[in-house]
Design a protein around this ligand. Structure first.
Ligand code: ADP
Ligand code: MG
Length: 653
């Protein structure tokens, strides 16, 4: 046996975790078994997976998880004939807090967790292998990596250190023995050597595990049992040993969705994806016919922090006939649905298919198409049936979904009704396009929107003045991805989406429009000199200076032609210094504003181009700042402000 035993210290974080686990008051201590079984199941998955490339790793014996209890010595052993671990792997995986799924845990530990918080964590999440110390005061583990000759023994009492030694083990896999704590009143412990207790716990938490969980039942039976001869317990006895499988092994996704309880789905999801919270929605789908698939998707309760990072990898897994064949199979869904977690089980894929082959296979494309439709229909259903839940969903994942408009043309019709947008109609409520259209004014032919850096900037934008005054609803699009959205979503039910900062404003009836048109034209002739003068001064930045009916309170604003990018988009595409040349804008003046009226009259008389230059600078600056665009030339702007102040103060004094 062990030639040499070496002692190691746990990492500080791990020690703290262990300490908290050992002293945890968490009442559902039984989840330790779920954790150990889930690790065993992972180890079996990994072995099966590796054996696809290296068939010599398996010898044909059944992959299984075994539970053995010994009431006399108060030990419980959980074994698997899975992948096992090398000595180095034991140190890396068992000596430190594991990498997977434990990020939240590590964060919480750093901040100094209270006992209650940890209890909550354990309840929602489990603490993996270490949860064994909730019920055991000593844990020993013997493991042998598949394909390696030597085994390793790890032992710890959960007190800050562990020991390692070499060991012998006839087969690969891992065997974990718990030396159970005494069952005292109020300890929250049960007798985990009792087969009924074990059977109940396994049924509750691990029923869907796809490997048999085998319990070795040993009982004494008197040879004469059944015959009414003498009192029971007398006569010769035989020991009956019987293997019983405690789980039904049916993967949850193969069961008819109507028969699966929401709690069962939640339990599966939290286990399988190491999630803290129950999912917002479960999507179970099945395709039968030429090709057969089953899929189980989950909408998580919240968006991960890295959802919008390039490196984000969706958690989608591919099974073939119940066997995991690919762990990260992003191709199952289009990129914009990357927030969904789940799996697809196909009856038609060969088990030993490689990633390259899979990418070439048409199958994957077909699955993606099918799954996308299922997912979008399900979201639509959620929108209709569970509006509150949908709102939560939208808050977390709406931004990602909007990306679909620029990439998934095929599902445009499915995506559009899922959109929720802010609007001037009700600042507290998001609206769908359908609802917007229902509220449209009789003479309104277009859907108006304004993009901007934030809601506040949009709301204060001068471009909205006429719309607000006349009571036209405007969509407020303040999400950066909205710029992209309106590039692709150009109409809805035959109505064009129209930016209020592009082109001219046509509001009211035909007659009204005509009248306004005439008035503006007449006024423009009146002030032709001023408009040309301003144009000359601002030629670098402005391609036209004109009068508008867009404004009521502000003197000036800047707009674009229909095909121009919005200032917001311009910033995204990095126009300006170092990037592309800026687009020239259109300056619009409010012909009813006193600034305009005075300027028109004074310029007519004085023809003072020096003075006009200052005013032009101010008007341009005003327009830029009011829409949230930085000034082109802050120094020139300030100089103009200073000179004009001086001038007006001199005139006043
Ligand atoms: P997690 O399962 O979230 O990774 P655990 O604390 O449950 O965290 O397990 C830590 C790591 O120890 C696992 O990731 C795995 O590498 C290793 N491990 C635990 N149990 C086994 C086992 N039965 N067979 C092989 N490796 C195991
Ligand atoms: Mg685990």
């Amino acid at each position: 046996m062990s030639a040499q035993t070496e002692t190691y210290q746990f990492q500080a974080e791990t020690r703290r975790l262990l300490d908290l686990v050992v002293h945890s008051l968490y009442t559902k201590k039984e989840i330790f078994l779920r954790e150990l079984i889930s690790n065993a199941s992972d180890a079996l998955d990994r072995l099966r997976f590796e054996a696809l490339q290296r068939p010599e790793l398996v010898d044909g014996s059944r992959l299984e998880i075994r539970i053995e209890a010994d009431p006399a010595s108060r030990t419980l052993t959980v074994s698997d004939n899975g992948i096992g671990m090398t000595r180095e792997e034991v140190i890396a995986n068992i000596g430190t807090i594991a990498k997977s799924g434990t990020r939240e845990l590590r964060e919480t530990l750093k901040e100094g967790t209270s006992a209650e918080a940890l209890d909550r964590l354990i309840g929602q999440f489990g603490v993996g292998f270490y949860s064994a110390f909730m019920v055991a005061d000593r844990v020993s583990l013997v493991t042998r990596r598949a394909g390696e000759p030597d085994a390793t023994r790890w032992e710890s009492s959960g007190d800050g250190q562990f020991t390692l030694s070499s060991d012998d083990k006839p087969t690969c896999g891992t065997s974990i023995t718990l030396h159970l704590r005494p069952v005292e009143p109020d300890s929250g412990l049960e007798d985990y050597t009792d087969k009924w207790v074990l059977a109940r716990i396994i049924k509750r938490h691990s029923d869907f595990v796809s490997y048999p969980i085998v319990y070795r039942d040993q009982r004494e039976e008197s040879a004469a049992e059944g015959e009414a001869e003498g009192p029971a317990g007398e006569g010769p006895k035989t020991v009956v040993v019987e293997d019983r499988i405690l789980n039904s092994m049916q993967p949850i996704w193969t069961r008819p969705p109507a028969e699966v309880k929401q709690e069962e789905y939640a339990e599966f999801y939290q286990n399988y994806f190491h999630e803290m919270e129950a999912p917002l929605k479960v999507i179970a789908a099945r395709a039968e016919g030429l090709l057969e698939y089953q899929a189980l998707l989950f909408v998580p309760a919240g968006a991960p922090y890295d959802l919008f990072y390039q490196a984000f990898e969706p958690d989608l897994r591919l099974y073939a006939k119940g066997v995991l064949i690919m762990e990260r199979c992003a191709e199952l869904l289009p990129r914009y649905l990357r927030f969904l977690k789940g799996l697809v089980d196909s009856a038609d894929l060969p088990l030993n298919i490689s990633r390259q082959m899979l990418q070439q296979e048409r199958q994957l494309t077909l699955i993606q198409k099918w799954l996308t439709k299922k997912a979008l229909d399900s979201l639509q259903n959620m929108r209709e049936q569970e509006p509150e839940q949908y709102l939560k969903f939208w808050g977390q994942f709406g931004r990602a979904l909007k990306e679909g408009f620029s990439s998934d043309f095929e599902n445009r019709e499915r995506l559009t009704p899922l959109l929720l947008l802010a609007s001037s109609n009700d600042p507290q409520r998001l609206t769908s396009l359908k609802e917007y259209v229902e509220r449209m004014k009789e003479d309104q032919t277009e859907i108006f929107y304004l993009t901007g850096e934030s809601r506040a900037v949009i709301e204060n934008s001068p471009h909205l003045e006429a719309f607000r005054e006349k009571g036209y609803e405007v969509l407020y699009l303040s999400d950066p991805v909205d710029e992209l959205l309106v590039q692709y979503l150009t109409e809805f039910e035959g109505r064009k989406l129209k930016s209020v900062v592009k082109g001219t404003v046509r509001l009211g009836s035909e007659e009204e429009q005509e009248r306004t048109e005439k008035e503006l034209q007449a006024e423009a002739e009146e002030s032709a000199a001023l408009l040309q003068g301003l144009q000359k001064q601002l030629d670098e930045h402005v391609k036209d200076v004109r009068l508008t009916n867009r404004l009521t309170n502000s003197p000036v604003c800047l707009v674009g032609s229909e095909l121009d990018y919005s200032p917001q988009m311009e910033r995204l595409l990095q126009f300006g210094p170092g990037g592309r040349p800026r687009q020239r804008r259109i300056m619009e003046l409010n012909p009813k504003h006193p600034i305009y009226l005075r300027l028109r009259d004074s310029y007519k008389q004085s023809k003072d181009d020096e003075l006009l230059k200052q005013y032009a600078e101010l008007l341009l600056g005003y327009g830029l700042l009011s829409e949230g665009t930085p000034l082109h030339d802050p120094v020139a702007f300030n100089r103009a402000v200073a000179e004009l102040m001086e001038r007006s103060l001199t005139a006043a004094g």
